[in-house]
Design a protein around this ligand. Structure first.
Ligand SMILES: Cc1ncc(COP(=O)(O)O)c(C=O)c1O
Length: 409
């Protein structure tokens, strides 16, 4: 009997896995790689990876890790780091117990734990558009629906009026998520805005997820206010935090979830037990960084970012047809460009454009929305490079815009 050959088939991946959104920050990386292969220098303004050296104290601690076995650590994080975190928050007048702090594998894991913990499948978390794109991915993983509320560049992307917020709260709403300072808009929210969110959370029995990974990244003499500082809100607040940007240690993967609500921290701990422990060596070195006085590392770094912000904002203001606003925090801005489609423009900059052997890569703006069709003319700029590189990247951008065939004005 001749053997029958059966065409090989593969089982389909799950529908929810297939539905996961690709990261708009990373999805055009193959085009950037191809540009580099051609010998073109690519200024990466698409990703929040600062070019600033990590603190010496962090690097020294990495080299001096004292154990002979790199063993699993505690699921809630190493005690030395949690103590350092408590002291760190104390500097902002935030009095926390050790048990309020759960170390996570970056702020990303803290967000995933927070989304999972405060809302069930099919329930809603209110977010403000445009928002940090990975919220889409986390919501998709845990089956939670993001309810986006538009913010307006004309107001500096500040919160919409109370009625808009109030009308958005429905029976399925479980939380309001506020990223402060904001990625991608750079908005730093006022005490009145925080109070409004707090008041609505109390009135409607909601949690508040406060993504404060850019706490120190505030310019123009403004001050950052933590949601943890609002006394009435105490056990409704879940702060997600990260050392990635604060100490330019993105690859160490160290962050934390902070809440005075023992149920929230308890549930997050169970999730944490499923990944056993956050990175142990990263935590060891991170404790050394957290103990540094701000004047030794964070303050000069923030001053550098304020100058970087100015370089980019002033360059954008000179580009005809570009609608840019001046952000006061984080290290991003998301201007509107006079182009048919920002993703096509960003791709074209990588495939068809070069100025003196270089080009700039941005992140297409629509990935920072969940409302279909929004952000199509926007692209996010992360001003994470030194001033000279940023200035050159802005020249590339201006020249690219002048020559782009899909320009709309
Ligand atoms: C607003 C915001 N939250 C959380 C994160 C997660 O950072 P990480 O996982 O590196 O701590 C980022 C990273 O860019 C971010 O911009």
């Amino acid at each position: 009997m001749p053997r029958k050959t059966v065409a090989p088939t593969l089982p389909a991946i799950s529908a929810r896995a297939a539905a996961l959104p690709a990261s708009p920050i990373r999805k055009l990386v193959p085009l950037a790689d191809a540009a580099k292969e051609r010998g073109c220098r690519v200024y990466h303004l698409n990703i929040g990876q600062p070019d600033i050296a990590s603190p010496e104290a962090f690097l020294k601690a990495l080299g001096e890790y004292p154990e002979r076995v790199v063993a699993y650590g505690r699921s809630d994080g190493e005690l030395a780091l949690r103590r350092a975190y408590r002291t760190y928050y104390g500097r902002f007048g935030l009095d926390l117990a050790l048990d309020d702090i759960l170390v996570t594998t970056g702020g990303s894991e803290a967000l995933l734990f927070a989304f999972f913990t405060v809302a069930g499948a099919g329930e809603e978390i209110i977010v403000f558009e445009p928002f940090y794109t990975n919220y889409n991915g986390f919501a998709s993983v845990v089956g939670v629906t993001l309810k986006p509320l538009a913010t307006d560049p004309a107001t500096g992307y500040h919160l919409p009026p109370r009625e808009v917020l109030e009308n958005a709260i429905g029976p399925k709403t479980r939380a309001i998520a506020l990223c402060n300072p904001n990625n991608p808009t750079g908005t730093v929210y006022t005490a009145e805005e925080l109070a409004l969110v707090a008041e609505l959370a109390l009135a409607h029995d909601l949690f508040v997820i406060a993504d404060e990974v850019y706490r120190e990244f505030v310019y123009d003499g403004l001050a950052h206010l933590s949601m943890l500082g609002l006394p009435d809100l105490a056990s409704r607040v879940v702060v997600t935090d990260s050392l990635s940007k604060r100490f330019s240690v993105c690859g160490a993967r160290v962050g934390c979830l902070v809440s005075r609500n023992a149920d929230v921290v308890g549930a997050a701990l169970k999730l944490g037990q499923a990944r056993l422990s956050p990175p142990v060596i990263g935590q060891y070195a991170a404790a050394a960084a957290l103990e540094l006085p701000p004047s030794e590392y964070v303050d000069p770094m923030i001053a550098a970012f304020e100058r970087r912000r100015n370089v980019v904002y002033e360059a954008l203001a000179q580009m005809p047809g570009v609608l840019a606003y001046k952000p006061s925090g984080a290290f991003y801005m998301q201007p509107e460009f006079p182009v048919d489609d920002a993703e096509a423009f960003v791709s074209w900059m990588l495939t068809d454009f070069e100025l003196d052997g270089a080009t700039a890569m941005l992140a297409p703006g629509d990935g920072f929305y969940s409302t279909p069709g929004r952000g199509k003319q926007e692209a996010r700029i992360a001003y994470v490079l030194n001033e000279e590189d940023l200035a050159h990247a802005m020249t590339c951008l201006a020249e690219g815009l002048r020559n782009y065939p899909g320009r709309t004005d």
